[in-house]
Design a protein around this ligand. Structure first.
Ligand SMILES: [Fe+2]
Ligand SMILES: [Fe+2]
Length: 366
């Protein structure tokens, strides 16, 4: 780090943080600031270190980043001329840096304000203190939002990866998973607000779309000679096959325990465990009936059966939309929740279009 000759004090006037300062306070501040110069990629401050100054970018730009687990660096933001960093450590009692910052350009010049002068400045004027606290809260809020969206993306990736694992062993294809996702979204959207489904909101719709590919994840626990058997299963083999619901739920439960945001996988758990239950109680694994079956599993059942019957499988030919519609309507009140069958009938043309479009796209990608 070398000290440049000229101190670019004009940056103080343009720094948003000091916008409320009187001309006299600004002049005082200009007497307090010092200047530091950095080369490209040079670390300006390090996360976890003690910090005793605030920085304002006067030339070039910097990157603020944090270390996540597994030694992965995560960029939080880039800061340009007039923007500031390093203030959070000055405000915390321990003065610990919450992030690292490196210079991006050659040269990057920063003005610095010491902790003592920073405190004098804040004490000098309540308006400044208030404005700064707003600013810092906004920044903290932004950081939190970023973390939340990172977390959301991580959950989504976990669910997608789990669904993809099931595909390796299951003769059903990836486009089956895409189609059932789309069907569950459509059914949930149509049911939203109808009597008995008032709790369905956009969040529920997003979650069911995301979670439905997990319905058969438990098939990874079924031995290949049963799962891939071309002929009819024996009674004992069928018993094991039915266990795929329980295997899937157990696997998801293990992951669920480790997360503090269980709702993400709770729906996947319910779908895996209960998607083979029947409205009249004659399904498996628990023989639940009616509203005792979680609604996401009841929606899944219609979506899954529609797609399975329409698809070609090693042991069966595909059926037309009209025939499948008939089968589903005939199973109203026995296999399926009658209200969900009504929603399906309302949506039937959409089901047909989704099936055709996503099947075409799926076979083009294979
Ligand atoms: Fe299943
Ligand atoms: Fe399926």
């Amino acid at each position: 780090m070398e000290i440049p000759q000229e101190i670019p004090l004009h940056v103080v006037d343009t720094c948003e943080l000091f916008g409320e300062l009187s001309p006299q306070s600004l002049d005082n501040l200009k007497k307090w600031v010092e200047v530091e110069k950095f080369g490209a990629d040079e670390i300006i401050m390090r996360e976890g270190d003690k910090g005793n100054k605030l920085f304002i970018v006067a030339e070039g730009s910097v990157e603020v980043f944090q270390k996540l687990d597994f030694h992965i660096n995560r960029t939080i933001r880039e800061l340009k001329i007039g923007e500031h960093f390093g203030e959070l450590a000055l405000l915390s009692s321990e003065n610990i840096r919450s992030a690292s910052v490196k210079a991006l350009e050659q040269p990057t010049i920063c003005l610095t304000l010491s902790l003592t002068n920073f405190e004098t400045l804040i004490r000098s004027d309540p308006d400044i203190a208030l404005k700064m606290s707003h600013k810092f809260c906004e920044r903290d809020h932004d950081n939190l939002q970023l973390l939340k969206s990172d977390l959301g993306n991580a959950f989504k990736s976990i669910i997608e990866a789990l669904g993809a694992i099931a595909e390796y062993k299951d003769p059903e294809t990836g486009s089956h998973l895409n189609r059932v996702s789309a069907f569950t979204r459509e059914l949930a959207t149509t049911l939203k607000g109808k009597p008995g489904f008032e709790f369905i909101n956009e969040h529920f719709i997003d979650l069911i779309e995301l979670s439905s590919p997990l319905h058969d994840i438990g098939k990874v626990g079924v031995p290949d000679h049963i799962l891939l058997k071309p002929g009819k299963l024996t009674t004992d083999e069928w018993k094991i096959m039915k266990q795929h619901t329980v295997f899937g739920a157990q696997a998801i439960k293990k992951i669920l325990k480790k997360f503090s945001y269980p709702e993400f996988l709770e729906m996947g758990h319910n779908i895996a465990l209960y998607h083979q239950e029947f409205w009249d109680g004659k399904g498996y694994p628990e023989g639940l009936a009616g509203d005792d079956i979680p609604v996401e599993a009841r929606i899944m059942a219609v979506a899954d059966v529609y797609d399975a019957l329409r698809s070609k499988r090693p042991y069966k030919e595909p059926l037309s939309h009209e025939i499948v519609k008939k089968v589903i309507v005939q199973s109203k009140g026995t296999h399926f929740d009658p209200r969900i069958v009504d929603a399906f009938v309302e949506l039937e043309t959409k089901f047909e279009t989704i099936f055709d479009d996503l099947s075409k796209r799926g076979s083009e990608e294979e």
